[in-house]
Design a protein around this ligand. Sequence first.
Ligand SMILES: [Cu+2]
Length: 430
Amino acid sequence: MISRRNFVMGSGIAGGGLLAGGTAGARQKADTVDSIGSAALIQETGHTSVVTPNGVTLPFRMVEGVKVFHLIAEPVEHEFAPGLKGHCWGYNGRTSGPTIEAVEGDRVRIYVTNRLPEPTTVHWHGLILPNGMDGVGGLNQPYIRPGETFRYEFPVLYPGTFMYHPHVDEMTQMGMGLMGMIVVHERNPAYPVDRDFAIMLSEWYVPIGARRPDPREMTDFNVLTLNSKAFPGTDPLVVRTGQRVRIRFGNLSAMDNHPIHLHGYSFRIVGTDGGRIAETAQWPETTVLVPVGSTRDIEFVADAAGDWAMHCHFTHHIMNQMGHEGPNVIGLDPEGLDDRLRPLLPGYMTMGQSGMSGMGHMGMSVPENSIPMKGAPGKHDYLDMGGMFTVLKVRDDIASYEDPGWYENPPGTLTRQASSEELEADGISL
Ligand SMILES: [Cu+2]
């Protein structure tokens, strides 16, 4: 059997190309994708195109059997969530950058243009490729200096979930938003799904009132994002009941692993950036830990309708720009204190003495361009979370993947306040 390495070195392998193939298996066209690239890909393999919530797929052009892509690294204006905009860096006008989709056995050529104020490169994280295409500035190649365009070309040999990011001044460039996902589909899908999502996890420090993320921060990240969006800026994941679902997570945070918890389901962790996990080695989970510099794929059948939360389980990662300074006032009786402080600080109000809930929605004024602890109105009450939070919306008989609104709970399946008769009947005295 040919080794992986030899396979790469002898890579005059079939340059991908458009195989004949009907559209029978084409289930869905991603709404955000350039029609040339995505339609060709779906036609070629019969697979479901990847959906990047809040994001897009990078279009490509077929040139003599090679898929040609163009990435442009450049400063971008980015909205993390309503209320918070930032001066970031990204690819092709956005952070996270567009998702690159290819098919096992393709040959890809990726042009990278540098419109940043400093040198960059691109590393294709997890792909098995010739050493000179690996993108580590200084080690594998000269820097791509401002204004220059480099040309990378290699075969994509294995299916899976990978990432791309700079490998020059990594701390600054990733801290400013330069990163994206790479999805390589199987040529003959052995594990077909109906809905296939790609989500990049990352973390930022945006000082309150500032617009430029500070990439020097080491610990106190205050904007935690899914595809560079913090809740309530995150798009929901919309799925029809009964569909097979894959969610691909990548993590290019500076310092934090993220335990991503999905409500309502038991899923299997089926892949890493090293490849598919053998079925005998998969086990059921409800939380998947996505370490920095890794990808994890999960799969499940969406057999339970509802609005299911999906979020990082670090509680500080479902907050936004909450300050961590100042005394702990939980349990404090503020009577008298506010009266004494108001002559000095007009409008002063001690906050947080009964916990932090409520700080997002009591209409307090916040500094311009900031989202301290902000959530969003939910169906039943205020949803006081931010950061790495989104909703998996599973619905019967939906005709599109537009946000279907809030879930209507069937009669008798919604928690409510207990009546005194019920409490008495069950022997509970208050
Ligand atoms: Cu986290």
